[in-house]
Design a protein around this ligand. Structure first.
Ligand code: AN7
Length: 372
């Protein structure tokens, strides 16, 4: 049996199958939809083309013959959806001969900005809320050679400062107020439709500054206007209960949540987000940290998908509003960031068995496995 298999392997013709269609990054792939010209120097890490994964256990929980998919954007080059916007923002900064970029960040923007800026030969300055950036993200910013300033204040304060600086000094702001960020990020909606062959009935997405929900909606609308889909999804945005300025329509002075990525009390894209809600006949809801962690664990231990807590808010939200979802719906939940970004959260919040200090002895191990 084994020999036959090996014979077959070695007698195979020496040529590759060429099954992989090369993917050249989202600017090249969606060039005609983006503000680039022949002369634009494209800065890319071949981001995009992230998988849309059917979530079997979530489907089972909700029932009603729904089809729930995860858009796993944590598989981008720096582990979050930010790379979609950053390839565009940094490409345009390069085209405009800019030498340095700056951002405020809860972590992912800083990691992505640093990676793409360095690839483009620029300096990258990042302002972060001291003590509230997950370890993986901080590690990335350090490795990518960012110049990091941690402030005694939250993200909102940091964003105020970098907005001021970029007005008066020759440094390009790459937060989602930079319109090129939204342009890049809208390609995620294109990919969803390219994969499904239609728009989903619902898009569930976590919201912080609400750049991503704005970008998805723009992408869906552009495909709709080009007749590449026949309908538009309802946009469901979710925020953590302790940090839900868009849900409660106010400014949250001291936002607080385990999902540090979306610990944002005064979103700059507030108006745009409310417009998306209205136009799409969607809705915004809050989810508690407990609900977020429940979804986070479910995705990990039942689906084999490790996302960061902020991303799990999309699935937590869907589970919360499942009663409102009609039968046979197609739903896409955006998983915005990779679980490896926040190892502390993972180690503190899981239901795994972990025994340590065991003797390296066969009998001991067999017994621990539950055998005699
Ligand atoms: C994993 O990195 O704002 O609603 O500074 O990292 O477009 O702001 C991150 C936001 C969702 C919210 N999920 O997106 C930053 C930052 C993850 C995130 C969001 C963020 P927006």
């Amino acid at each position: 049996m084994k020999n036959n298999f090996l014979k077959k392997v070695f007698s195979r013709k020496k040529e590759t199958k060429n099954i992989f269609k090369p993917w050249n990054g989202l600017i090249e792939e969606y060039r005609e939809w983006l503000p680039v010209s022949e002369r634009t120097p494209i800065i890319s890490l071949q981001e995009g083309q992230t998988p849309l994964i059917l979530l079997h256990s979530i489907n089972e929980i909700i029932g009603k013959n729904v089809k729930v998919y995860a858009k796993y954007d944590g598989l981008n080059p720096t582990g979050s959806f930010k790379d979609r916007g950053m390839t565009m923002a940094i490409t345009k900064a390069k085209e405009e001969k800019c030498e340095a970029v700056i951002c405020a960040s809860t972590g992912n923007t800083s990691a992505s900005a640093a990676a793409y800026a360095k690839r483009g030969g620029m300096r990258s300055f990042v302002l972060i809320p001291d003590g509230y950036v997950a370890q993986g993200k901080l590690a990335q910013a350090l490795v990518y050679g960012a110049e990091i300033l941690a402030i005694k204040g939250n993200f909102d304060k940091a964003l105020e400062i970098v907005q001021e600086i970029s007005k008066s000094y020759p440094i390009t702001l790459v937060n989602s107020v930079n319109p090129y960020r939204i342009q890049g990020q809208k390609t995620a909606a294109f990919e969803v439709i390219d994969f499904l062959g239609k728009a989903p009935d619902y898009l569930c997405i976590p919201m912080g500054n609400a750049g991503n929900i704005t970008a998805y909606w723009l992408g869906f609308k552009e495909y709709y206007q080009a007749k590449l889909c026949k309908k538009l999804p309802k946009m469901f945005g979710f925020q953590a209960s302790g940090s839900a300025p868009l849900v409660f329509n106010k400014i949250v002075e001291n936002p607080n949540t385990i999902a540090t990525a979306i610990r944002i009390g005064n979103p700059v894209n507030r108006k745009k987000a409310l417009q998306v809600k209205k136009e799409s006949k969607g809705d915004f809801f809050d989810v508690s940290d407990q609900e977020i962690l429940h979804a986070y664990k479910l995705l990990g231990a039942k689906e084999g998908i490790f996302c960061e807590p902020a991303s799990a808010a999309s699935v937590a939200g869907l589970l919360k509003v499942a009663n409102e979802i009609p039968k046979n719906s197609t739903i896409v939940c955006v998983l915005t960031g990779n679980g490896l970004k926040d190892p502390d959260c993972a180690i503190t919040n899981n239901d795994a068995k972990f025994e340590s200090g065991l003797d390296p002895e066969l009998r001991t191990i067999i017994k621990r496995l539950g055998f005699k």
